[in-house]
Design a protein. Structure first.
Length: 547
C-alpha cells in the first residue's frame, strides 16, 4: 500500500495530479487498509471461540500458504503493474496495453503453476507438517490462486490511473465477505457436527468467495468506463523479458515486509506440531498446544496497527521530500516515523504483556500458556520498528538489501525453531520468532543510519519513554490487583477477566499518553502529521497551556 501512495506522490511532482487529489486518495486508501487489517486480526478471535484451539491449529497450519500467495500476487503484482504503467506516458496507449497483456499472461502462468503445485502437492506438504488430514484444506485453498491474475490486473490498472475508490472499496468488500463466510460458515459446520477439518476447509473457502466479491466489484467499476485499457486489442510493441523481470523484482521487493509475519507462521506450520509429536506429546495435545500458541497472532496484528497506520501516512511524505529539490528534506519525517513507531511499539508491547492473562481468558476462554503468548507478543515491538523502517527505506528507494535482511531473519527463525523446540516446546518457537525479528529490526536500524547519518531520537526522548513505561507498569499492576481482588472478584471468571482487561488497558493507555503529552517529546505540529493525531495535539496543548 505504501507503493501505491508513493506512485501517486510521484505524479504530483510531475504535475499530473494535485496535492488535494492525493490527500483525498491517501485518506481513503489508508482508512480502507486499516479496516482490512483490523478485520484480519479481529475475526480470528470469534473463529477460535467457535472451533477451539484444535480447530484454530488446523486453520493456522494452512492459512500462511494461502496468505503468502495472495499477498504476493494480488498486492505485490498489482503494485508492480501500476508502477510499470505509470512509467509509460499516457499517450503511448499501445505500450500500456502490451504491459497489461504481458502481466496477465505471466500472472496466469504463475497462478496455474501455483495452483497445480499446491493442489497436487497437498499430500506431501501435509506429510511434512506431520498431519495428513491437512491436505483437504490445501486442496480447497489452492483454488484462490486461479483468481489472482484478474484481481492483480484490475487493481494495478486502477492504481496507475489514480482511481483510488475501486481499490479502497474493493479491498474492504473483499475482506468483509471473507470474514462473514469464515464465521458464518464455520459456525454452521460445527453446529451440524462435521469435523474440524471440514470447518477449516470452510474457512479457507471464505478467501475464495472474498476474492470473487472483490473482482466483481472492480468489474462494476470497469463497466462504468467502457474504454478501459484491459479490453482493447492492439499489437504487442514492447519486449517481454524486461517486463517480466521488472514485474518479478518489484512485486517481491514491495511484498516482503507484508509477507514476513506470514513466512514466520509458515516456518511454525512445518516445525512446531511435528516437533511436539516427535517429543512424545500426543497428537491431540500437540494440536491444542499449537492452537494456543497461535492465539498470539491476532494480538500481534492488533498491536502493530499503529505502526501500519504510520507507514501508510508518513512514508509518502518521505518519498516526496527526498525527490524535491527545495524545502524540507526527508530527515525530519524519518526521525518522526522512528520515534512514533518506538513510542507505540513499546506501549503496545508492555501494555499487552501486563494484561495478558485476563486478555487471554477474555478473548479465548482460558489463561493457558499466557507466559508463552506474552513472549510471543514481544514481536509487536520488533514489528513496529520493522514495518516503519522498511517503509522509510522504500520511500528512499532502498529495497534490495532490505529484502536480503528479511530473508536472513527468516532463516534465523527456522534455525532457532529447530534448535529450541525439542527442549522448550512452544516457548522455544516464541523465542525463535523474537530472535529473527530482533535481527531484522537491529540490522534495518543500522542500515537506515548508514544512509541518513542522523540521530533518530534524543537522550531526552528515551528518558521520558522509560519513565512513561515505568508509570504505566506500576499503575496497571496496581489496578489489576485492586479490581481482580475486590471490584470484580465476585463475578464469573470470564466476565471478571473482561472487566479487568478492558479497564486495565484503558488506565494504562491514559497514564502513558498523558505523560507523553506532558513531556512534549512529540511536538504538537508533529502530531498533526499523523492520522488521528489532532486530538493528541489538542490534549498536549491543554496540558501545557500554562507554559
Amino acid at each position: 500500500m505504501n507503493y501505491i501512495l508513493l506512485d501517486w506522490m510521484r505524479k504530483i511532482m510531475t504535475n499530473e495530479w494535485t496535492m488535494q487529489k492525493f490527500m483525498k486518495g491517501a485518506v481513503l486508501l489508508t482508512f480502507s487498509a486499516l479496516i482490512v487489517k483490523a478485520l484480519s486480526a479481529v475475526y480470528r478471535i470469534p473463529f477460535q471461540n467457535i472451533v477451539g484451539d484444535q480447530g484454530f491449529y488446523i486453520y493456522q497450519q494452512v492459512y500462511p500458504f494461502i496468505g503468502v500467495l495472495t499477498i504476493w500476487t494480488s498486492y505485490g503484482f498489482a503494485v508492480a503493474i501500476s508502477k510499470l504503467l505509470a512509467d509509460v506516458h499516457e499517450a503511448q496507449a499501445n505500450e500500456r496495453i502490451a504491459i497489461l497483456r504481458i502481466a496477465f499472461i505471466y500472472l496466469s502462468i504463475i497462478s496455474i503453476i501455483g495452483f497445480t503445485l499446491l493442489f497436487t502437492g497437498a499430500d506431501l506438504l501435509a506429510a511434512w507438517m506431520g498431519d495428513q488430514e491437512l491436505s483437504k484444506l490445501l486442496h480447497t485453498g489452492s483454488f484462490v490462486m486461479l483468481l489472482m491474475p484478474f484481481l492483480a490486473l484490475l487493481k494495478g490498472s486502477f492504481q496507475a490511473e489514480g482511481r483510488m475508490e475501486p481499490i479502497a472499496y474493493g479491498q474492504v468488500v473483499e475482506q468483509v465477505v471473507r470474514v462473514t463466510v469464515i464465521l458464518v460458515g464455520t459456525f454452521i459446520v460445527v453446529r451440524t457436527g462435521a469435523s474440524l477439518y471440514t470447518a477449516g476447509s470452510t474457512a479457507l473457502l471464505g478467501a475464495i468467495v472474498g476474492e470473487i466479491a472483490g473482482i466483481i466489484l472492480l468489474l462494476l467499476y470497469v463497466q462504468k468506463k467502457s474504454s478501459h485499457e484491459l479490453f482493447k486489442r492492439t499489437p504487442n510493441t514492447i519486449k517481454i523479458r524486461p517486463i517480466v523481470q521488472k514485474l518479478t523484482i518489484i512485486s517481491l521487493s514491495v511484498s516482503m515486509s507484508s509477507l514476513i509475519l506470514l513466512f514466520f507462521q509458515l516456518v511454525d506450520s512445518f516445525t512446531v506440531f511435528k516437533s511436539l509429536t516427535e517429543a512424545g506429546i500426543s497428537r491431540l495435545t500437540a494440536m491444542e498446544m499449537k492452537g494456543t500458541y497461535d492465539r498470539g497472532l491476532p494480538l500481534v496484528q492488533m498491536g502493530i496497527l499503529i505502526a501500519s497506520t504510520l507507514s501508510l501516512s508518513i512514508v509518502p511524505m518521505i518519498a516526496y521530500a527526498t525527490k524535491k529539490k527545495t524545502g524540507r528534506n526527508a530527515i525530519p519525517y524519518a526521525q518522526l516515523t522512528f520515534r512514533i513507531a518506538l513510542l507505540f511499539g513499546v506501549a503496545a508491547t508492555l501494555g499487552l504483556i501486563l494484561v495478558l492473562p485476563p486478555v487471554n481468558e477474555m478473548l479465548f476462554e482460558t489463561r493457558d500458556f499466557s507466559s508463552t503468548i506474552a513472549v510471543f507478543c514481544i514481536q509487536i515491538f520488533w514489528l513496529s520498528l520493522i514495518l516503519t523502517m522498511t517503509s522509510v527505506l522504500q520511500g528512499l528507494g532502498k529495497v534490495t538489501l532490505t529484502a536480503i535482511l528479511l530473508i536472513i531473519g527468516l532463516t534465523l527463525k527456522w534455525f532457532f525453531n529447530m534448535w529450541l523446540l525439542p527442549g522448550y516446546g512452544i516457548m522455544g518457537a516464541a523465542i525463535a520468532s523474537n530472535i529473527g525479528f530482533a535481527f531484522i529490526a537491529i540490522s534495518l536500524y543500522f542500515y537506515l543510519y548508514s544512509i541518513l547519518r542522523i540521530r533518530f531520537a534524543t537522550i531526552n526522548f528515551y528518558g521520558h519513554l522509560i519513565v512513561a513505561s515505568i508509570f504505566m507498569i506500576i499503575t496497571v499492576l496496581t489496578w489489576i490487583f485492586i479490581v481482580d481482588s475486590w471490584l470484580f472478584g465476585g463475578l464469573p471468571s470470564r466476565i471478571n477477566a473482561m472487566f479487568t482487561a478492558l479497564t486495565s488497558v484503558g488506565v494504562g493507555a491514559i497514564i502513558f499518553l498523558l505523560y507523553i503529552a506532558k513531556s512534549r517529546i512529540i511536538a504538537e505540529k508533529e502530531w498533526f502529521l499523523l492520522p488521528f493525531g489532532r486530538r493528541m495535539a489538542m490534549v498536549q496543548l491543554w496540558l501545557n497551556s500554562k507554559k
